[in-house]
Design a protein around this ligand. Sequence first.
Ligand SMILES: O=P(O)(O)OC[C@H]1O[C@](O)(COP(=O)(O)O)[C@@H](O)[C@@H]1O
Ligand SMILES: [Mg+2]
Ligand SMILES: [Mg+2]
Length: 366
Amino acid sequence: MSLSNRSTLTQYLIEQRRRFPSASGDLNALLLEVALACKSIARSVAFGELGGVMGDASVDAAQGGAVNVQGEVQKKLDVLSNDVFVRMNEWAGHLAGMASEEMEQPSQIPAQYPRGKYLLVFDPLDGSSNIDVNVSVGSIFSILRAPDDVIASGRDVVEADFLQPGATQVAAGYALYGPTTMLVLSVGNGVAGFTLHPNLGEFVLTHPDIQVPPDTREFAINASNSRFWEPPVKRYVDECLAGATGPRGKDFNMRWIASMVAEAHRILMRGGVFMYPRDTKDPSKPGRLRLLYEANPIGFIMEQAGGRASTGRQPMLGVVPSSLHQRIGLVFGSRNEVERIERYHHEPVKNDFNTPLFAERSLFRN
Ligand SMILES: O=P(O)(O)OC[C@H]1O[C@](O)(COP(=O)(O)O)[C@@H](O)[C@@H]1O
Ligand SMILES: [Mg+2]
Ligand SMILES: [Mg+2]
């Protein structure tokens, strides 16, 4: 494939930075390190069983599987991907510290390396349940500016340094390890998608200025949780399922990949709405997905692409985080659908749609 009329990721980043002549170039360098980490993970994913990276991570034979701070069993690839992110980003001097789904506490930059002005927060492997069945997985990252006193003093980072609303993100993105490996990112000026050229090993700009269509006929939700949903979510899904004969007056299609990063990508490409809403399944968990390294970076990308991201009740990017591994209800995608779901959360619960006729037709009725 000829590259003559396409930019590489490096060229794209340089062109973006030219718009800010005072920028030091640190952000570009950091993004290229992140992209390199993603390429390395893409290779491991591609080797699959041949690379010995499938299955659960084990502490040792006697103790059994490793468990992360979320209480989730870690896959080998979760651990390997986390190590790749840490090792490939700690040495270059752009970071003040890192935080990850797989690490209970923030990771410090080792003493032998210089410290920089950014914080990197990541989900090294999203969609872990899909690793062993050869379905698309990805990595999600968010870049924040470190607080001024961290930059000035070079002190160790603490949890509070990372508790910044998503609107303050300097850049965010994800890599998708699917039939092709793609990197999708925003540096706060729209969203661009890059495809990994398998021979050159370069990310090549293939999807400039991605825009999420404002309307959709496709939704994604784990329907096995329907008995735990709150009324506004039930109402929204019931109305979609009622299709052309219900209040929406049109048929909807449904998808569930169980890799949020892959769902986000589909929605960026052709619209749709994704919901992992707050529910009553486990009262100790106000949602399944994590604010700092899942909801915020994906939310930033969606908003930059003209879509919307929300808790269901308020814009995601306005939420002030309370802890590093905070969970939250997440709704994102086509703007008009997300706004509708928010509206349903603010309206009093309506019963007129729960007519006996509709009850017969509803698949997900309690
Ligand atoms: O088991 P469920 O309900 O299908 O959950 C799927 C969700 O869990 C996740 O895999 C969570 O991410 P991790 O794999 O990083 O823990 C999301 O990508 C996905 O949306
Ligand atoms: Mg995840
Ligand atoms: Mg993960």
